[in-house]
Design a protein around this ligand. Structure first.
Ligand SMILES: NC(=O)c1ccc[n+]([C@@H]2O[C@H](COP(=O)([O-])OP(=O)(O)OC[C@H]3O[C@@H](n4cnc5c(N)ncnc54)[C@H](OP(=O)(O)O)[C@@H]3O)[C@@H](O)[C@H]2O)c1
Length: 257
């Protein structure tokens, strides 16, 4: 092990990859990106990588100590609801400074027909109670089971995910495997071709998947927006540049590299 300060970056997002690009180019720190290992073929990130859970808060505490981590940046997805709390607790226990890097959420604009719900269970309940007959689900394969109560045969489902769902508890349904970025034109064509009358999305924010909302606005399609889960208190950044500044300031090194 060298004497360079080590940065542990909890990844799985575009922002984490961009921060990894910036940090791995420096010779005054060492970067380790950690991935949960959920995606079969994750987009590559610069720098060293470790894959798989730590084994809860205790496992992360042990890792932070054994690897002599100097700072932790939690750049997990806005909807990865658990890791941020384990990162918070482990950093409190070890005294390792922690930053939450989370991109801003999307906001409704004029012409949007949004209904905001607190979680996917509430989204499923709203679908059951509503009149939509052709639903486009973009909430990810991990949450499909939550929509099963709304699969009563009264509506058709279009499901889009990066990797194939292990099980499809919805019927009748069609699955599209695809990863953003998507264009507004292609999203509008998809909504039109499948006569979608309800789009369901998490409020993930960012550019890669915002086109579906622009297309829905242009076509007047209703959208169910699942709100973000809560985050622990503490330092946070919504941009990669601000996170880079925080890492450098916390380590006492120049932002210029
Ligand atoms: N949820 C989403 O919508 C979504 C979307 C895109 C990408 N992702 C990415 O996929 C990963 C898993 O998402 P999730 O919703 O299952 O997260 P989660 O509920 O916050 O975390 C569940 C468990 O997965 C492990 N884990 C999560 N992120 C990790 C990381 N970066 N490195 C090592 N272990 C990690 C941890 O296991 P241990 O307790 O054993 O350490 C954690 O307790 C996250 O890294 C996230 O950034 C999630």
């Amino acid at each position: 092990m060298n004497n360079l300060p080590r940065v542990l970056l909890l990844g799985g997002t575009t922002e984490a990859r961009r921060l990894a690009d910036a940090l791995s180019a420096r010779d005054d720190l060492e970067l380790v990106t950690s991935l949960a290992g959920r995606t079969a073929a994750p987009a590559t990130a610069a720098g060293r990588r470790r894959v798989g859970g730590f084994g809860g808060t205790d496992g992360l505490v042990a890792y932070l100590r054994s690897e002599r981590v100097a700072v932790l940046v939690d750049a997990t997805h806005p909807f990865a609801a658990g890791m941020r709390w384990r990162a918070h607790d482990a950093c409190v226990e070890t005294g390792v400074p922690r930053l939450r890097l989370e991109r801003s959420g999307w906001e409704a604009l004029t012409g949007d027909r949004w209904t905001v719900v607190p979680d996917v269970a509430a989204a499923a309940a709203a679908i059951s109670a509503g009149s939509a007959r052709r639903v486009f689900l973009t909430t990810g394969r991990g949450d499909l089971a939550s929509f099963a109560p709304a699969a009563d045969g009264c509506r058709w489902w279009l499901v889009r995910s990066v990797d194939p769902p292990a099980r499809l508890p919805l019927w009748p349904a069609e699955v599209i495997l695809d990863r953003g970025p998507f264009s507004v034109e292609a999203e509008a064509q998809l909504l039109t071709r499948h006569r979608i009358d309800l789009l369901v999305t998490k409020n993930s924010g960012g550019d890669a998947t915002v086109a579906k909302l622009r297309a829905a606005r242009a076509l007047g399609v209703a959208v169910l927006v699942v709100d973000r889960p809560p985050s622990p208190d503490g330092p946070s950044a919504s941009t990669v540049a601000a996170a880079l500044d925080w890492v450098c300031a916390t380590l006492g090194i120049s932002t210029a590299g």
